[in-house]
Every structure is written in structure tokens, then in C-alpha cells.
Design a protein around this ligand. Structure first.
Ligand code: ADP
Ligand code: UDP
Length: 237
């Protein structure tokens, strides 16, 4: 497999074609963005940590029967993945209230959501990733009903697997965002699962161990990601 041309530069990752039309290489950069890309900083080691963290999580999800795009780690900051036609909708599952849910509904941060919620956001930075519902997804043709049902089913399955995994590391999986795409007609989990796209709190202290440390200027961002990796047994070097 040979890495070829730059296909797309996102806020935190770059995607490259390969000599195989069914695969792309994802390069994890140190860029860290918040507020729909309005704030961007470089955080030393973050690309490496997220690349290895994501590979570890994707392997766990794959072993639990969830179709994932991840194939293998290529280097500290690069992974080989299946090339998906991405669905432009972000799927968010929440076990506890935080972030935009707190701002939108005025509920207290940390309130347990039982059963967990499922929300959809249009992937569009210029519009600030607005919340959408299943009718918008259908009317605008972003996904079919069957594809959306599969994305929802897989999102809750990911939640079941990862809630247990993080619990074993004495952490609460507060919420997370997933992106799916199509590979030869099948819905497959794409993008990344890392502390950049989820909320993780220490179970005892409720200390934040995720990107909220960056959003809220708490410092120790990559150190927290490394702590999470250590607790799960992710090998970083
Ligand atoms: P953003 O686009 O949100 O700034 P990133 O910096 O994370 O995001 O860039 C990664 C881009 O690659 C995203 O647009 C994501 O949808 C896309 N992507 C993720 N996984 C795949 C895949 N398997 N095949 C093709 N594109 C992918
Ligand atoms: N999220 C993400 N990318 C986005 C928006 C949200 O990864 O563009 C993640 C975020 O890290 C959190 C979850 O999705 O784990 C829910 O985010 P929320 O809607 O609370 O938005 P935020 O507080 O980030 O504005």
C-alpha cells in the first residue's frame, strides 16, 4: 500500500489517497480546534495519542461486531482505513447532561440521562453544526431511513461496549460523537473515537479528562488523554 495525494484537510486530520481505491490514509495532526474551528492550537503529542487511542477503541468495537473503517496503524500518527462515502451527519449519544444539551435545555451538568439520548447534527462548520432531526435527514437525502436506523442501532451498541470499557478504568462515558459512512453499500463507523470527540469524567472526582479541558482552558489536555490511555491499557510508545 502506497500513500499518494492529499484528498482532504480537516481541522485535526488529513486524508490521503492510496494506490488502492478502497483505502485511504488518515494522518492525525496536533491541531486542536474548538467552537467550530474558531479557535485552533497545536498540542504536542496529540496526533500520536489520538491515532493510537482510536486504533485501540476501533479494535474493541470491531471485536464486538461493529463494522469499523479502521484497518491498521501505519505509524505513530497515521492509520490505514477503508475509504467511506461519509454521511454528513454527526450522531451524538449522551449518558449524562453536558455541553450543548445543558445550554439548550438549561438542565444541570452531570444529570444522568436514563435511557441515553440520541441526537443528530449536520456537519457544517459555517452553520455551527446545527441540530437536525430524522425528518431533515430523510427530506434532504443525507441518509435513507434504513441507513439512519442502522446508524442509531450501531451508536447505541458502541455506547454499550464503551460504557463498560471506560467504567473498568474508573471513568464515566458522558457523551460522544460518531460519524458513519458507506462502504460498498454498508454503513460503517468512520472518523475517530478519541477524547477529542467524547466526554470522559473520573468516576470519583468527576474531573474532566477530555477536550473540555481545551474548550474551558483548564490546561493539561494531552496529559489527560494520556491518563485515559494509561487507564485503558492503550500502548503509546
Ligand atoms: P473535520 O472535517 O471535522 O474538520 P477532521 O480534521 O477530523 O474533521 O478530518 C477528517 C475528515 O475525514 C472528516 O471530514 C471525516 O468526515 C473524513 N473521514 C473520516 N473517516 C473517513 C473515511 N474512512 N473515509 C473518508 N473520509 C473519512
Ligand atoms: N462533538 C464533536 N464534534 C462536534 C460537536 C460535538 O466531537 O463537532 C462531541 C463533543 O466532544 C461531545 C459530544 O459530541 O463529546 C456532544 O457535544 P455537544 O453537543 O455537547 O457540543 P459542544 O459542547 O461540543 O458544543
Amino acid at each position: 500500500m502506497e500513500k499518494r495525494d492529499l484528498l482532504y484537510t480537516g481541522k485535526a486530520k488529513s486524508v490521503y489517497t492510496t494506490d488502492d481505491a478502497d483505502h485511504v490514509v488518515i494522518l492525525y495532526r496536533n491541531d486542536t480546534s474548538a467552537f467550530d474551528g474558531k479557535r485552533i492550537e497545536q498540542l504536542e503529542r496529540k496526533g500520536m495519542v489520538n491515532n493510537k487511542f482510536n486504533a485501540f477503541i476501533m479494535d474493541k468495537l470491531g471485536a464486538a461486531g461493529i463494522p469499523v473503517h479502521h484497518e491498521k496503524l501505519l505509524s505513530d500518527t497515521e492509520s490505514l482505513v477503508k475509504k467511506l462515502t461519509m454521511i454528513p451527519v454527526e450522531c451524538v449519544v449522551r449518558n449524562f447532561a453536558a455541553g450543548s444539551l445543558v445550554r439548550r435545555l438549561g438542565v444541570e451538568e452531570g444529570r444522568e440521562l436514563n435511557p441515553p439520548t440520541f441526537e443528530l447534527f449536520l456537519k457544517n462548520d459555517a452553520l455551527g453544526d446545527p441540530m437536525v432531526n430524522e425528518y431533515h435527514v430523510r427530506s434532504f437525502g443525507w441518509a435513507t431511513d434504513a441507513q439512519l436506523a442502522r446508524m442509531k442501532e450501531l451508536s447505541f451498541k458502541v455506547n454499550d461496549v464503551l460504557k463498560q470499557l471506560f467504567d473498568a478504568g474508573n471513568m464515566l462515558l458522558v457523551d460522544f460523537k460518531l460519524e458513519f459512512g458507506l462502504f460498498h453499500g454498508e454503513i460503517v463507523l468512520g472518523d475517530e473515537f478519541s477524547p477529542d470527540g467524547c466526554r470522559l469524567w473520573d468516576k470519583d472526582t468527576r474531573n474532566k479528562l477530555d477536550k473540555d479541558r481545551f474548550r474551558q482552558g483548564l490546561g493539561g489536555v494531552v496529559e489527560a488523554y494520556e491518563e485515559v490511555s494509561h487507564r485503558l491499557g492503550v500502548k503509546l510508545d
